[in-house]
Design a protein around this ligand. Structure first.
Ligand code: BGC
Length: 388
């Protein structure tokens, strides 16, 4: 055994013990779950499972904690395939939770503006909740004025997903699966979808989405965490870079007009890093826009970078998607008291939602979001964390 191997074995034993210790102390039904280890069993047990309560109709909800070697923990619950907490170290190594949400399931069941959710079938808006496909007009559930938002009244954020945890060399995660029946929320086709959350030892939270259908249907899945890299207060001092030369302007109902407009010379331009608050007054209502990412090809590329000067935390967003919705938490208004009794005021969190453009089913010039039977929808987004 090499010194590295023996050091790792000692760490493994300590880690397993700690996991068991915390499992025993913090939640009686929490357990280190049996997972497959790809490196002959030498990696530490870094996935635990606990009960997180029950939905109104009595369906049990579980929460999985993924922990890596570098001080990161991601907690994901099966209701909405939701990221409930994300602890990352600041520049002094102190871990803090950098996503908004609730301490318990009740908050999510009662009123959540999609905190940490997996959003689908169609993230963002579809104008008037209507679209035509192969000569048939479909009427979707409308839940945002006259429009369809984030999958409708009971979108993917409000269903319980089936979870399978796993461990790999230098990574661990949980796969969540949900099959949406034909006609759900008005969408055609039975859609079998999954999202795999993987936490790597490089401080990446990787999200892999997959879906197949038996009838042509629009699909646009995204992740809806409200980030606050300082862990508290407003996010106006966060410095943001978005690699996008264009965005899709919207009407008063936040439906794209169809125009693809250059950001240059406006408060929409984040190609050079800018504090989120620096030009907010020039954007009526705040940022809630889809950016057309500047891409070299179809693969994984950097979409955005964020730096928070007080904590020193930084986040890079990489994706295979063509668009990025930047939402500056404009509708948070102090009526939600979230984790640890924190009141979430306006702009206390921001979302960077990798996705296709809003209302694409009604915009023939936008990249298509229609998944055909026999084809596989596959996208990947990585949120990568560091500090300086
Ligand atoms: C949208 C906002 C919406 C929010 C709901 C964001 O993705 O862009 O317009 O209000 O989700 O929480």
């Amino acid at each position: 055994m090499t010194p590295i191997h023996s050091a790792r074995r000692v760490l493994t034993l300590i880690s397993v013990t700690l996991v068991c210790f915390f499992a025993a102390c913090s939640a009686p039904d929490q357990s280190a779950v049996a997972t497959q280890s790809a490196d002959g069993g030498q990696s530490m047990t870094t996935v635990t499972k606990a009960s997180f309560g029950k939905t109104a109709n009595g369906t049990p909800v579980d929460i999985y904690a993924l922990t890596n070697w570098r001080g990161m923990t991601a907690r994901i619950m099966t209701y909405g395939a939701t990221l409930v907490a994300l602890e990352t170290p600041d520049r002094s190594g102190r871990a803090g939770d950098i996503v908004l949400g609730y301490d318990s399931l009740e908050g999510y069941l009662k009123a959540s503006p999609y905190f940490g959710s997996t959003v689908g079938r169609y993230a963002n808006r579809i104008g008037k909740g209507r679209f035509s496909l192969n000569g048939v007009e479909y009427a979707l559930a409308t839940n945002n004025g006259p429009n369809h938002l984030h999958g409708g009244l009971r979108g993917f954020d409000k269903v319980v997903w089936q979870a399978t945890p796993f461990e790999e060399t230098n990574a661990r995660g949980v796969k969540l699966e949900y099959t949406s029946p034909d006609g759900e929320e008005g969408y055609p086709g039975r859609l079998a979808g999954s999202v795999v959350y993987t936490l790597t030892d490089d401080n990446e939270l990787k999200l892999d989405y997959r879906a197949v259908t038996d009838k042509a249907t629009p699909v646009n899945l995204t992740h809806h965490s409200y980030f606050n890299l300082a862990g508290e207060g407003d996010i106006l001092g966060h410095e943001l870079m978005i690699k996008a030369g264009h965005y899709t302007p919207v009407d008063e109902g936040l439906i794209p007009t169809g125009e693809i407009k250059p950001v240059q010379g406006s408060a929409m331009d984040f190609n050079a890093p800018q504090a989120i608050g620096s030009r907010l007054a020039e954007v009526p209502g705040g940022y809630d826009h889809n950016y057309v990412l500047t891409r070299a090809g179809q693969g994984m590329e950097t979409a955005a970078e964020v730096y928070e000067p007080k904590s020193g935390r930084a986040m890079t967003v990489l994706t295979t998607e063509p668009g990025l919705q930047f939402y500056s938490g404009n509708f948070l208004d102090g009526t939600i008291t979230g984790k640890s009794g924190r009141v979430y005021g306006k702009h206390y969190g921001f979302c960077l939602e990798t996705q296709h453009f809003p209302d694409s089913p009604n915009k023939p010039d936008f990249p298509s979001t229609i998944l055909q039977p026999g084809r596989v929808y596959e996208t990947r987004t990585i949120y990568k964390f560091s500090s300086r």
